[in-house]
Design a protein around this ligand. Structure first.
Ligand code: FMN
Length: 177
């Protein structure tokens, strides 16, 4: 099974990226979790470029859609900015609204900050509107112990790794249903 992981943070050492990298380390046999790395290079969404025949679609957007299409599921970890979804990540989602690859895709949402309640709720609303199959039982809060935690620190932490591993297993089970 192939899972595409998308972090909603562009920050170097971002907790959201780190948690997804830890998830990749903890993936059970037969499951590959790959981090998407194009978020910061996506152009601002423009419906004029999202034509039916696709001849104006930017190559990086076509690549994003292709990666989504190949994935059995999408694991998202996204911070909250000003009680909302960060603009760069909403931009990525907007590029997927008109795609054929995204609707019906199983999606799990990770949250690295228990303080953040608005962005997860908004993400759930937006993703459901986009016809994602939101897997609630795999959508969890997992907070790194410190800002400098590495993926290996998280994977080596008994409690955090168990939480992450359980979420991945729940996601894999739901994707197979
Ligand atoms: C511009 C900005 C706005 C933020 N607004 C909120 C907010 O409204 N609510 C909240 O809980 N955290 C807020 N935060 C904190 C981030 O969500 C938090 O630090 C998050 O863990 C950062 O994720 P990252 O480490 O993956 O970059 C904000 C951070 C920034 C930079």
């Amino acid at each position: 099974m192939y899972i595409l992981a998308i972090s909603g943070s562009l920050r170097t050492g971002a907790s959201n990226t780190t948690v997804l990298q830890a998830a990749a380390l903890l993936a059970p046999p037969g499951v590959t979790i790959t981090l998407y790395d194009g978020l910061g290079a996506l152009p601002p969404f423009n419906p004029d470029l999202d034509s039916q025949d696709g001849d104006q679609l930017p190559a990086i957007v076509a690549d994003l859609r292709e990666q989504i299409g190949r994935a059995d599921g999408v694991l998202i970890s996204c911070p909250e900015y000003a009680h909302g979804i960060p603009g760069s990540f909403k931009n990525l989602l907007d590029w997927l609204v008109g795609s054929t690859e995204f609707p019906g895709k199983p999606v799990a949402l990770l949250n690295t900050s228990p303080m953040s309640v608005h962005a997860p709720a908004q993400l759930a609303e937006v993703l459901t509107t986009m016809n994602a199959r939101l897997i609630r039982e795999a959508s969890i809060t997992v907070q790194p112990r410190s800002r400098g935690s590495s993926p290996h620190d998280i994977a080596a932490d008994p409690e955090l790794s168990a939480t992450l591993r359980n979420a991945i297993v729940a996601f894999v089970v739901a994707v197979h249903e």
